[in-house]
Design a protein around this ligand. Structure first.
Ligand SMILES: Cc1cc2nc3c(=O)[nH]c(=O)nc-3n(C[C@H](O)[C@H](O)[C@H](O)COP(=O)(O)OP(=O)(O)OC[C@H]3O[C@@H](n4cnc5c(N)ncnc54)[C@H](O)[C@@H]3O)c2cc1C
Ligand code: FES
Length: 285
């Protein structure tokens, strides 16, 4: 939808991770867990997909990591600024139903997707266990919110600076050894989703992942978000972004994510060279 979408609030949550509340009633009134929006900051801007992390009245929250030009530009916006286009809600909602015990595993900024799923899963009558993983304590996000949304919530860090020392996948195995798990969501970097979803495969536990291929139109027309699911081509924007983890070809996803890296690097360098708000990739530096 084209218009001017008011930025109500921005906040830095962790290194390179920001949250932003934007007034977008056409999205907030219809959004369901698992769906996303496509932002275009201005007329010349690229379109980028971001998960709807929360809604409140007429507003939506997105949480993003600055990885390239557009996310760096987005992080430079302040309360009172506007976003040109906010399209959504897009994608199929999470398959929420009464499974029994659900474990929600978040890696890094992927944790942004979890509280809205946790609340929906609880409302459907599930027992919900959260696992938030990060490289170190400084990179953890949404801990308090997840503790409120879940029946129990655990922290893991790769370096042991908070919570369980190790990967979220190791903690998931520990939970599975202690109790019956009926359904798992894993949302994070592609490599983390690939490795972690192998933990649930042997036991045949229903496992969802949210895929993050490059997207352009978000309507199933351009084909840029194609992913291989059980050997069949699907479009993540309309058929996903959530898929059965055990059917996803993660290797082709990771290969496609690397495809435009030289152009993305050039675009960020050009933006940094021409932007007065930005120093060394971090607009807040
Ligand atoms: C459905 C969906 C939901 C998403 N939700 C979120 C979210 O809630 N928060 C968030 O931070 N990001 C999210 N992403 C990823 C986000 O869209 C990209 O990080 C963003 O488009 C990068 O734009 P850029 O111009 O800043 O960087 P670019 O210049 O496009 O890329 C810079 C670097 O980031 C990598 N990259 C580019 N696109 C992606 C991608 N889609 N996934 C992973 N790495 C990528 C590239 O390989 C490159 O190394 C989501 C992606 C999808 C498909
Ligand atoms: S983004 Fe174009 S088909 Fe999915």
């Amino acid at each position: 939808m084209t218009g001017l979408f008011f930025v109500e609030k921005t906040e830095q949550l962790a290194d390179k991770v920001y949250q932003m509340w934007v007034r977008a009633p056409h999205v907030s009134h219809h959004a369901q867990a698992g769906q996303f929006v496509i932002f275009r900051i201005d007329e010349k801007g690229e379109r980028i997909p971001l998960t709807i992390s929360a809604t409140d009245g007429d507003s939506i929250r997105v949480i993003f990591m600055t990885v390239g030009k557009t996310t760096t530009h987005l992080a430079s916006l302040r309360t009172g600024d506007y976003i040109r286009d906010v399209a959504g809600p897009l994608g199929r909602p999470s398959e929420i139903r009464k499974y029994g015990t659900c474990v929600l595993v978040g890696g890094g900024v992927g944790t942004a997707s979890l509280p809205i799923i946790a609340r929906a899963a609880k409302k459907a009558g599930n027992r919900v266990i959260g696992i938030i993983g990060a490289r170190n304590a400084d990179l953890l996000i949404l801990e308090d919110e997840m503790k409120k949304a879940c029946d129990e919530c655990h922290i893991t860090t790769d370096d042991g600076s908070r919570g369980f020392h190790g990967f979220a996948a190791d903690f998931l195995k520990r939970v599975m050894a202690q109790e019956k798990v009926d359904c798992v969501w894993i949302i994070g970097p592609a490599i983390m989703m690939k490795v972690t979803s192998e933990c649930t495969r042997p036991a045949g536990i229903r496992t969802f992942v949210s895929l993050n291929p490059v997207m352009v139109d978000g309507t199933g027309m351009c084909g840029s978000c194609r992913v291989l699911i059980n050997g069949v081509t699907k479009f993540a924007c309309v058929d996903g972004p959530e898929f059965d983890a055990h059917q996803v070809d993660f290797n082709s996803l990771m290969q496609r994510l690397r495809m435009y890296q030289p152009e993305e690097k050039e675009s960020l360098e050009h933006y940094q060279a021409h932007s007065c708000t930005c120093k060394g990739g971090d607009p807040h530096a």
